[in-house]
Design a protein around this ligand. Structure first.
Ligand SMILES: Cc1cc2nc3c(=O)[nH]c(=O)nc-3n(C[C@H](O)[C@H](O)[C@H](O)COP(=O)(O)OP(=O)(O)OC[C@H]3O[C@@H](n4cnc5c(N)ncnc54)[C@H](O)[C@@H]3O)c2cc1C
Length: 340
Protein backbone atom coordinates (compact mmCIF):
# COMPACT_ATOMS: atom_id res chain seq x y z
CA UNK A 1 0.00 0.00 0.00
CA UNK A 2 1.25 3.51 -0.86
CA UNK A 3 1.29 6.53 1.41
CA UNK A 4 -2.13 8.09 2.07
CA UNK A 5 -2.87 11.14 -0.11
CA UNK A 6 -2.36 14.53 1.54
CA UNK A 7 -5.25 16.93 0.96
CA UNK A 8 -4.90 20.54 2.08
CA UNK A 9 -7.92 22.82 2.14
CA UNK A 10 -7.44 26.55 2.71
CA UNK A 11 -10.64 27.88 4.26
CA UNK A 12 -12.99 26.23 6.75
CA UNK A 13 -16.22 27.92 5.66
CA UNK A 14 -19.15 26.35 3.87
CA UNK A 15 -17.12 25.33 0.81
CA UNK A 16 -14.07 24.12 2.73
CA UNK A 17 -15.90 22.14 5.39
CA UNK A 18 -18.22 20.51 2.83
CA UNK A 19 -15.17 19.52 0.81
CA UNK A 20 -13.32 18.04 3.79
CA UNK A 21 -16.33 15.93 4.76
CA UNK A 22 -16.75 14.72 1.17
CA UNK A 23 -13.08 13.77 0.81
CA UNK A 24 -13.32 11.76 4.04
CA UNK A 25 -16.38 9.89 2.69
CA UNK A 26 -14.51 8.97 -0.47
CA UNK A 27 -11.00 8.34 0.89
CA UNK A 28 -10.96 6.85 4.42
CA UNK A 29 -7.15 6.83 4.53
CA UNK A 30 -6.54 10.40 3.35
CA UNK A 31 -4.72 12.95 5.45
CA UNK A 32 -6.93 16.03 5.44
CA UNK A 33 -5.80 19.43 6.75
CA UNK A 34 -8.38 22.21 6.95
CA UNK A 35 -6.74 25.59 7.45
CA UNK A 36 -8.32 28.82 8.66
CA UNK A 37 -7.24 32.24 9.87
CA UNK A 38 -10.12 32.17 12.31
CA UNK A 39 -9.66 31.08 15.89
CA UNK A 40 -13.17 29.57 15.75
CA UNK A 41 -14.34 26.40 14.04
CA UNK A 42 -16.91 26.52 11.19
CA UNK A 43 -19.85 28.74 12.13
CA UNK A 44 -22.74 30.23 10.16
CA UNK A 45 -21.71 33.73 9.25
CA UNK A 46 -25.23 34.52 8.08
CA UNK A 47 -26.25 34.21 11.75
CA UNK A 48 -23.96 37.05 12.88
CA UNK A 49 -26.83 39.61 12.95
CA UNK A 50 -28.15 37.52 15.89
CA UNK A 51 -25.56 39.31 18.04
CA UNK A 52 -28.01 42.22 18.02
CA UNK A 53 -30.73 39.82 19.21
CA UNK A 54 -28.80 38.92 22.35
CA UNK A 55 -26.61 36.00 21.20
CA UNK A 56 -23.19 36.39 22.84
CA UNK A 57 -21.58 32.96 22.74
CA UNK A 58 -19.92 31.85 19.49
CA UNK A 59 -20.98 28.27 20.25
CA UNK A 60 -24.55 29.29 19.46
CA UNK A 61 -23.51 30.00 15.87
CA UNK A 62 -21.63 26.76 15.17
CA UNK A 63 -22.58 25.10 11.89
CA UNK A 64 -21.44 21.65 13.09
CA UNK A 65 -20.50 20.34 16.53
CA UNK A 66 -16.79 20.70 17.28
CA UNK A 67 -16.45 16.90 17.80
CA UNK A 68 -17.08 16.37 14.07
CA UNK A 69 -13.48 17.19 13.21
CA UNK A 70 -12.16 14.43 15.46
CA UNK A 71 -14.85 12.00 14.36
CA UNK A 72 -13.93 12.53 10.70
CA UNK A 73 -10.21 12.69 11.45
CA UNK A 74 -9.91 16.12 9.86
CA UNK A 75 -6.99 18.16 11.17
CA UNK A 76 -8.44 21.63 11.77
CA UNK A 77 -5.67 24.21 11.87
CA UNK A 78 -7.13 27.35 13.42
CA UNK A 79 -5.43 30.74 13.68
CA UNK A 80 -3.19 29.73 10.75
CA UNK A 81 -2.72 32.25 7.96
CA UNK A 82 -1.34 31.01 4.65
CA UNK A 83 1.01 33.57 3.15
CA UNK A 84 2.22 31.65 0.10
CA UNK A 85 1.38 28.64 -2.04
CA UNK A 86 4.18 27.15 -4.13
CA UNK A 87 2.40 25.46 -7.01
CA UNK A 88 5.56 23.83 -8.41
CA UNK A 89 6.85 22.22 -5.19
CA UNK A 90 3.30 21.72 -3.82
CA UNK A 91 3.82 23.44 -0.51
CA UNK A 92 1.95 25.96 1.62
CA UNK A 93 3.77 28.48 3.77
CA UNK A 94 2.17 29.86 6.91
CA UNK A 95 2.69 33.28 8.48
CA UNK A 96 4.36 31.49 11.41
CA UNK A 97 6.95 30.19 8.87
CA UNK A 98 5.95 26.52 8.89
CA UNK A 99 5.85 24.88 5.47
CA UNK A 100 3.36 22.08 4.76
CA UNK A 101 3.40 19.78 1.74
CA UNK A 102 0.32 18.59 -0.11
CA UNK A 103 -0.60 16.30 -2.98
CA UNK A 104 -3.83 18.12 -3.78
CA UNK A 105 -4.92 21.56 -2.66
CA UNK A 106 -8.38 23.08 -2.56
CA UNK A 107 -8.58 26.85 -2.08
CA UNK A 108 -11.80 28.00 -0.39
CA UNK A 109 -10.54 31.29 1.01
CA UNK A 110 -13.75 33.20 0.33
CA UNK A 111 -13.66 36.97 0.16
CA UNK A 112 -13.47 40.11 2.25
CA UNK A 113 -15.69 43.18 2.02
CA UNK A 114 -14.94 45.40 -0.98
CA UNK A 115 -14.43 49.10 -0.35
CA UNK A 116 -14.68 51.62 -3.23
CA UNK A 117 -11.22 53.07 -3.96
CA UNK A 118 -12.37 56.65 -3.22
CA UNK A 119 -12.83 55.70 0.45
CA UNK A 120 -9.82 53.41 0.91
CA UNK A 121 -7.98 56.02 3.03
CA UNK A 122 -10.78 55.84 5.60
CA UNK A 123 -10.88 52.07 6.13
CA UNK A 124 -9.63 52.47 9.72
CA UNK A 125 -12.76 54.48 10.55
CA UNK A 126 -15.13 51.77 9.34
CA UNK A 127 -16.58 48.95 11.40
CA UNK A 128 -16.58 45.41 9.97
CA UNK A 129 -19.02 42.56 10.32
CA UNK A 130 -17.37 39.70 8.41
CA UNK A 131 -16.33 37.57 11.38
CA UNK A 132 -17.59 36.83 14.89
CA UNK A 133 -14.80 38.88 16.43
CA UNK A 134 -15.53 41.90 14.21
CA UNK A 135 -19.26 41.61 14.83
CA UNK A 136 -18.70 41.66 18.61
CA UNK A 137 -16.68 44.90 18.32
CA UNK A 138 -19.33 46.49 16.11
CA UNK A 139 -22.20 45.48 18.38
CA UNK A 140 -20.43 47.08 21.33
CA UNK A 141 -19.95 50.31 19.37
CA UNK A 142 -23.68 50.64 18.65
CA UNK A 143 -25.62 51.65 21.76
CA UNK A 144 -29.29 50.87 22.35
CA UNK A 145 -31.25 52.94 19.84
CA UNK A 146 -27.99 53.96 18.13
CA UNK A 147 -27.43 54.91 14.50
CA UNK A 148 -25.67 52.83 11.84
CA UNK A 149 -24.65 54.32 8.51
CA UNK A 150 -24.43 51.62 5.88
CA UNK A 151 -22.61 52.27 2.63
CA UNK A 152 -23.76 50.24 -0.36
CA UNK A 153 -26.20 47.82 1.16
CA UNK A 154 -25.47 44.48 -0.47
CA UNK A 155 -27.71 41.56 0.51
CA UNK A 156 -25.41 40.72 3.45
CA UNK A 157 -25.73 44.26 4.76
CA UNK A 158 -29.48 44.51 4.16
CA UNK A 159 -30.07 41.38 6.23
CA UNK A 160 -28.22 43.08 9.10
CA UNK A 161 -30.09 46.35 8.45
CA UNK A 162 -33.47 44.62 8.98
CA UNK A 163 -32.27 43.15 12.28
CA UNK A 164 -31.01 46.57 13.38
CA UNK A 165 -34.33 48.25 12.58
CA UNK A 166 -36.26 45.41 14.27
CA UNK A 167 -34.18 45.91 17.42
CA UNK A 168 -34.85 49.66 17.63
CA UNK A 169 -31.77 51.07 15.88
CA UNK A 170 -31.68 53.70 13.17
CA UNK A 171 -30.19 52.69 9.82
CA UNK A 172 -29.13 55.23 7.20
CA UNK A 173 -28.43 53.48 3.90
CA UNK A 174 -26.17 55.31 1.44
CA UNK A 175 -26.83 53.61 -1.88
CA UNK A 176 -24.33 52.99 -4.66
CA UNK A 177 -23.74 50.52 -7.51
CA UNK A 178 -23.35 47.68 -4.98
CA UNK A 179 -26.78 48.09 -3.40
CA UNK A 180 -28.56 44.69 -3.62
CA UNK A 181 -25.30 42.89 -4.68
CA UNK A 182 -24.99 40.10 -5.83
CA UNK A 183 -28.28 40.79 -7.60
CA UNK A 184 -28.09 42.76 -10.80
CA UNK A 185 -30.98 45.16 -10.62
CA UNK A 186 -32.61 46.63 -13.72
CA UNK A 187 -33.18 50.41 -13.44
CA UNK A 188 -36.97 49.89 -13.52
CA UNK A 189 -36.83 47.47 -10.53
CA UNK A 190 -34.71 49.71 -8.33
CA UNK A 191 -37.37 52.21 -7.26
CA UNK A 192 -39.74 49.54 -5.95
CA UNK A 193 -36.96 47.84 -4.00
CA UNK A 194 -35.78 51.12 -2.43
CA UNK A 195 -39.40 51.99 -1.55
CA UNK A 196 -39.69 48.62 0.22
CA UNK A 197 -36.58 49.43 2.26
CA UNK A 198 -38.00 52.83 3.23
CA UNK A 199 -41.28 51.18 4.25
CA UNK A 200 -39.30 48.84 6.53
CA UNK A 201 -37.93 51.87 8.38
CA UNK A 202 -34.54 52.30 6.70
CA UNK A 203 -33.60 55.90 5.82
CA UNK A 204 -32.24 56.09 2.29
CA UNK A 205 -29.65 58.52 0.93
CA UNK A 206 -29.73 57.96 -2.82
CA UNK A 207 -27.68 59.71 -5.49
CA UNK A 208 -25.11 61.36 -3.19
CA UNK A 209 -21.41 60.47 -3.48
CA UNK A 210 -19.42 60.00 -0.25
CA UNK A 211 -15.97 61.64 -0.38
CA UNK A 212 -14.68 61.35 3.19
CA UNK A 213 -15.29 59.77 6.59
CA UNK A 214 -14.43 61.66 9.76
CA UNK A 215 -14.02 60.82 13.44
CA UNK A 216 -15.66 63.76 15.21
CA UNK A 217 -16.09 62.23 18.69
CA UNK A 218 -19.15 62.93 20.82
CA UNK A 219 -22.48 61.09 20.80
CA UNK A 220 -22.37 60.25 17.06
CA UNK A 221 -18.63 59.93 16.42
CA UNK A 222 -18.59 58.95 12.75
CA UNK A 223 -19.47 61.40 10.00
CA UNK A 224 -19.80 60.73 6.28
CA UNK A 225 -19.16 63.71 4.03
CA UNK A 226 -20.75 63.88 0.57
CA UNK A 227 -19.52 65.64 -2.59
CA UNK A 228 -22.30 68.25 -2.30
CA UNK A 229 -21.04 69.25 1.18
CA UNK A 230 -23.84 67.54 3.11
CA UNK A 231 -23.05 65.08 5.92
CA UNK A 232 -24.61 62.18 7.86
CA UNK A 233 -23.54 61.12 11.37
CA UNK A 234 -23.81 57.83 13.22
CA UNK A 235 -22.25 55.62 15.89
CA UNK A 236 -20.61 53.45 13.25
CA UNK A 237 -20.17 53.38 9.49
CA UNK A 238 -20.07 50.03 7.74
CA UNK A 239 -19.44 49.24 4.07
CA UNK A 240 -21.44 46.48 2.45
CA UNK A 241 -20.33 46.72 -1.17
CA UNK A 242 -19.98 43.08 -2.21
CA UNK A 243 -17.02 40.78 -1.80
CA UNK A 244 -13.46 40.86 -3.03
CA UNK A 245 -11.91 37.37 -3.38
CA UNK A 246 -9.04 36.58 -0.97
CA UNK A 247 -6.25 35.62 -3.38
CA UNK A 248 -3.29 37.70 -2.21
CA UNK A 249 -1.38 34.64 -0.92
CA UNK A 250 -1.57 32.89 -4.32
CA UNK A 251 0.80 35.02 -6.38
CA UNK A 252 3.45 32.24 -6.54
CA UNK A 253 0.97 29.43 -6.98
CA UNK A 254 1.25 29.39 -10.75
CA UNK A 255 -2.48 29.56 -11.28
CA UNK A 256 -4.54 31.90 -13.41
CA UNK A 257 -6.34 34.61 -11.48
CA UNK A 258 -8.49 37.42 -12.79
CA UNK A 259 -10.45 38.80 -9.83
CA UNK A 260 -10.97 35.29 -8.44
CA UNK A 261 -9.19 32.00 -9.14
CA UNK A 262 -10.11 30.90 -12.65
CA UNK A 263 -11.32 27.30 -12.72
CA UNK A 264 -12.86 25.02 -15.32
CA UNK A 265 -16.33 23.56 -14.82
CA UNK A 266 -14.75 20.76 -12.73
CA UNK A 267 -13.34 23.48 -10.46
CA UNK A 268 -9.73 22.72 -11.31
CA UNK A 269 -7.33 25.64 -11.70
CA UNK A 270 -4.62 26.00 -14.32
CA UNK A 271 -2.37 23.96 -11.98
CA UNK A 272 -3.40 20.26 -12.06
CA UNK A 273 -2.87 19.88 -8.29
CA UNK A 274 -4.96 22.88 -7.27
CA UNK A 275 -8.76 23.28 -7.22
CA UNK A 276 -10.90 26.16 -5.94
CA UNK A 277 -14.46 26.47 -4.66
CA UNK A 278 -16.75 29.04 -3.04
CA UNK A 279 -16.64 32.82 -3.16
CA UNK A 280 -12.97 32.83 -4.20
CA UNK A 281 -13.42 31.22 -7.62
CA UNK A 282 -14.65 32.27 -11.03
CA UNK A 283 -16.01 29.28 -12.91
CA UNK A 284 -15.98 28.84 -16.66
CA UNK A 285 -19.49 28.98 -18.09
CA UNK A 286 -19.91 27.26 -21.45
CA UNK A 287 -23.26 28.99 -21.91
CA UNK A 288 -21.90 32.46 -21.13
CA UNK A 289 -18.46 31.84 -22.73
CA UNK A 290 -16.75 33.51 -19.78
CA UNK A 291 -15.80 33.07 -16.13
CA UNK A 292 -18.49 33.85 -13.57
CA UNK A 293 -18.87 34.18 -9.82
CA UNK A 294 -21.76 32.21 -8.31
CA UNK A 295 -22.46 33.60 -4.87
CA UNK A 296 -25.00 32.26 -2.38
CA UNK A 297 -24.70 29.78 0.43
CA UNK A 298 -26.14 26.82 -1.49
CA UNK A 299 -23.89 27.35 -4.53
CA UNK A 300 -20.82 27.61 -2.35
CA UNK A 301 -21.58 24.37 -0.48
CA UNK A 302 -22.24 22.46 -3.72
CA UNK A 303 -18.98 23.76 -5.21
CA UNK A 304 -17.00 22.45 -2.24
CA UNK A 305 -18.57 19.01 -2.57
CA UNK A 306 -18.05 18.81 -6.35
CA UNK A 307 -14.42 19.93 -6.07
CA UNK A 308 -13.81 17.28 -3.41
CA UNK A 309 -15.32 14.54 -5.56
CA UNK A 310 -13.18 15.60 -8.51
CA UNK A 311 -10.05 15.71 -6.36
CA UNK A 312 -10.77 12.10 -5.46
CA UNK A 313 -11.25 10.83 -8.99
CA UNK A 314 -14.69 11.94 -10.21
CA UNK A 315 -15.27 14.14 -13.25
CA UNK A 316 -18.31 16.20 -12.32
CA UNK A 317 -19.16 19.61 -13.69
CA UNK A 318 -20.62 22.51 -11.74
CA UNK A 319 -23.64 23.39 -13.86
CA UNK A 320 -24.92 26.95 -14.12
CA UNK A 321 -27.40 27.19 -11.22
CA UNK A 322 -30.68 29.11 -11.40
CA UNK A 323 -29.94 32.84 -11.25
CA UNK A 324 -30.53 34.53 -7.89
CA UNK A 325 -34.01 36.05 -7.58
CA UNK A 326 -35.20 39.14 -5.70
CA UNK A 327 -38.67 40.68 -5.40
CA UNK A 328 -41.00 42.58 -3.09
CA UNK A 329 -43.48 40.30 -1.31
CA UNK A 330 -46.12 41.68 1.07
CA UNK A 331 -44.15 44.92 1.25
CA UNK A 332 -40.85 43.27 2.25
CA UNK A 333 -37.90 42.27 0.11
CA UNK A 334 -37.46 38.55 -0.51
CA UNK A 335 -34.21 37.20 -1.97
CA UNK A 336 -33.07 33.68 -2.80
CA UNK A 337 -29.63 34.79 -1.52
CA UNK A 338 -31.03 34.56 2.01
CA UNK A 339 -32.12 30.91 1.57
CA UNK A 340 -29.63 28.67 3.33
C1 LIG B 1 -22.87 38.79 8.29
C2 LIG B 1 -22.90 37.91 7.07
C3 LIG B 1 -24.12 37.47 6.57
C4 LIG B 1 -24.17 36.67 5.44
N1 LIG B 1 -25.38 36.26 4.97
C5 LIG B 1 -25.43 35.47 3.88
C6 LIG B 1 -26.67 35.00 3.38
O1 LIG B 1 -27.74 35.32 3.91
N2 LIG B 1 -26.66 34.20 2.28
C7 LIG B 1 -25.49 33.84 1.67
O2 LIG B 1 -25.53 33.13 0.68
N3 LIG B 1 -24.31 34.27 2.12
C8 LIG B 1 -24.26 35.07 3.19
N4 LIG B 1 -23.05 35.52 3.64
C9 LIG B 1 -21.87 35.20 2.83
C10 LIG B 1 -21.45 33.82 3.10
O3 LIG B 1 -21.01 33.73 4.44
C11 LIG B 1 -20.34 33.51 2.10
O4 LIG B 1 -20.86 33.50 0.80
C12 LIG B 1 -19.81 32.18 2.34
O5 LIG B 1 -19.35 32.14 3.68
C13 LIG B 1 -18.66 31.89 1.43
O6 LIG B 1 -18.18 30.66 1.81
P1 LIG B 1 -16.74 30.22 1.42
O7 LIG B 1 -16.61 28.85 1.98
O8 LIG B 1 -16.46 30.45 -0.02
O9 LIG B 1 -15.75 31.21 2.20
P2 LIG B 1 -15.81 31.83 3.65
O10 LIG B 1 -16.95 31.37 4.45
O11 LIG B 1 -15.63 33.30 3.44
O12 LIG B 1 -14.53 31.22 4.34
C14 LIG B 1 -13.25 31.64 3.99
C15 LIG B 1 -12.27 30.82 4.80
O13 LIG B 1 -10.97 30.99 4.28
C16 LIG B 1 -10.08 31.27 5.33
N5 LIG B 1 -8.96 32.03 4.76
C17 LIG B 1 -8.99 33.12 3.96
N6 LIG B 1 -7.75 33.52 3.66
C18 LIG B 1 -6.91 32.65 4.29
C19 LIG B 1 -5.50 32.55 4.40
N7 LIG B 1 -4.67 33.41 3.79
N8 LIG B 1 -4.98 31.57 5.17
C20 LIG B 1 -5.80 30.67 5.82
N9 LIG B 1 -7.15 30.72 5.75
C21 LIG B 1 -7.69 31.70 5.00
C22 LIG B 1 -10.91 32.04 6.33
O14 LIG B 1 -10.32 32.03 7.60
C23 LIG B 1 -12.20 31.23 6.27
O15 LIG B 1 -12.09 30.07 7.06
C24 LIG B 1 -22.97 36.30 4.78
C25 LIG B 1 -21.74 36.73 5.29
C26 LIG B 1 -21.69 37.52 6.42
C27 LIG B 1 -20.36 37.97 6.93
Amino acid sequence: MGEPSRYAIIGSGSAGFGAARTIRERDPEARISLVTISSLPFYNRYDLPKLFLGVEDWRDLLAVPTEVFDMLDIQLRRASRVVEVDGRNLTIQFAHNEVMGFDRLLVCSGGGGYLPAALSDYRHLLHDFGSFEQAVVTRKAVPKGGTVIMLGGDMIGLDLAFTLVDTGHKVILVTNDHTFWPHQIAPEERGELLDALTATGIEIIDGRRPTAIEDIGGRLPRRMVFSDGTTASGNVIMAFCGQQPSVEFLLSAGIDIERGILVNTQLQSSNDAIWAAGDVCQIWSDAGKGYKFYHGWKNVRIMGEIAARNMTGAEEAFDDPDPLAIRVEDGRIWSSFWEH
